[in-house]
Write a protein that binds this ligand. Structure first.
Ligand SMILES: Nc1ncnc2c1ncn2[C@@H]1O[C@H](COP(=O)(O)OP(=O)(O)OP(=O)(O)O)[C@@H](O)[C@H]1O
Ligand SMILES: [Mg+2]
Length: 420
């Protein structure tokens, strides 16, 4: 996304489409107002990584130019989504003393300040990482003040020790550098990369769903992005390079039709849960060349689709089981991404996860609601929301936005506390 003047730009590079959005912030409601969007077919990206610099640079340019024309402005920087199975995640924790006494080590309790929260979160970043990895997000799950757990915001609480449990995601610097180069070629600088699933969850999940425990699955064309929430915190993020294009390939292969036509058949007639299919219904399939059209039962098409969709959802199930919380504490599954639009997807997910499922459409924005009301735009819209929230709460960019004076003050304070 770009933040020039008062505009924010997000660019979601998906396996099948790249979407750029330019938005303004409505200061009264605090939500993004989309002023322009551009969507083009992606070229030069495979499984979340760049395979052709020139093609992907051109793709980004095209999407952003279209959004700029519509918004009547130009942008120079943006937030960008990142995905692919190069993404890794872990849960860890950090601990700091709030006050120190020269003799006992721990002094009188004092009020916890914003700087203490930043400092304890900063501590969690000290995890050993291979040279080609960098931290993408550090997301607090809960704070513990002295021995009191489950605190969401410890500010102004009295305490001697502050602990934080966090979920950390990391990315490959090679993948990010190549993506950054493509953006640079398209005359854009990347303010920050945002994890695809985190972005989607920002526009799709309700606060209640995050609190009561939910799994968000973004079924894209080439990747499955999974994120697990419980008690408002993130407990697992994972990406599987396994996407919905396989459903199209199966239909094309089994019906002996071209991919583009199989894609059309899937969208118009595809069912992923055979149990609910009209057993009498027949569909017409045009044949290649001058052979006559065929008629096949709708049930037969569903029988081609269901096993692959089941495999996709089982992969997501296995991925969510890697979470550090039991899946029995999860209340709902939310399916988003274009792949979630296949009919019967909720029912199939419910039969696998054994909990209620729904399709997640993006919310929390205004402008072009009719055009963008589609799960495939969840990540692009979610990035706008994440960036605005992040800007106001200063979570990710806290160090970047610090002046040299505040940095020096923090450093001096840390040194003093550690010496005393
Ligand atoms: N109405 C529909 N019914 C079934 N499938 C659909 C429908 N609309 C879109 N899709 C599928 O959704 C997929 C595209 O989804 P999306 O745009 O979320 O993926 P992407 O962001 O390009 O890929 P990824 O996130 O995996 O990198 C395509 O495979 C497409 O066939
Ligand atoms: Mg996507």
């Amino acid at each position: 996304m770009k933040m020039r003047n008062h505009f924010i730009t997000s660019v979601d590079i998906g396996s099948s489409k790249t979407c750029a959005l330019i938005a303004e912030l409505n200061s009264e409601t605090g939500i993004p107002v989309i002023k322009g969007y551009g969507t083009v077919g992606t070229k030069g990206l495979k499984k979340g990584a760049v395979v052709n610099i020139e093609e992907l640079s051109h793709t980004i340019s095209q999407a952003v130019n279209a959004a700029e024309t519509m918004a009547g402005t130009t942008v120079s920087n943006c937030f960008a989504s990142i995905s692919g199975d190069q993404i890794r995640s872990m849960n860890t924790q950090g601990l700091i003393a709030i006050s120190r006494d020269a003799r006992s080590g721990i002094g009188e309790a004092r009020e916890i300040e914003k700087e203490d929260i930043d400092r304890v979160i900063e501590h969690t970043r000290a995890v050993p990482l291979p040279v080609d990895r960098q931290i993408l997000h550090v997301m607090p799950q809960e704070f513990i003040v002295d021995e009191q757990c489950g605190i969401k915001n410890p500010i102004n609480l009295l305490g001697r020790r502050l602990e934080v449990k966090v979920h950390i995601t990391t990315y490959s610097t090679t993948v990010a550098s190549n993506l950054t180069r493509c953006f640079k070629n398209a005359e854009l600088s990347v303010i920050n990369f945002i994890l695809h699933s985190l972005a989607s969850s920002e526009s799709v999940l309700t606060p209640d769903e995050k609190e009561s425990g939910s799994i968000l699955i973004d079924i894209g064309n080439g990747t499955l992005d999974v994120i697990v929430y419980s008690e408002g915190g993130i407990h697992h993020t994972g990406v599987v390079n396994f996407g919905d294009h396989l459903v199209t390939s199966d239909i094309a292969y089994l019906l002996r039709i071209p991919q583009e036509y199989a894609e059309k058949i899937k969208k118009n007639h595809g069912y992923s849960f055979t149990q609910n299919v009209d057993k009498e219904a027949i569909i017409k399939i045009d044949s290649i060349g001058n052979r006559p059209a065929r008629e096949i039962p709708l049930l037969k098409l569903a029988e081609y689709i269901e096993p692959r969709m089941e495999e996709i959802l089982r992969e997501a199930f296995m991925e969510s089981k890697k979470s550090d919380i039991p899946l029995t504490s999860i209340q709902s599954v939310i399916l988003t991404g274009g792949g979630a639009l296949i009919k019967g997807c909720e029912e199939l997910a419910e039969s696998i996860f054994k909990i209620p499922a729904r399709i997640g459409f993006p919310t929390g924005y205004t402008g072009f609601e009719d055009e963008l009301n589609n799960p495939k735009y969840a990540a692009a819209i979610g990035m706008l929301r994440f960036a605005l929230k992040d800007k106001s709460t200063n979570h990710i960019h806290s160090s970047a936005s610090d002046t040299w004076l505040t940095k020096a003050w923090k450093w001096l304070k840390n040194i003093t506390e550690n010496i005393l």
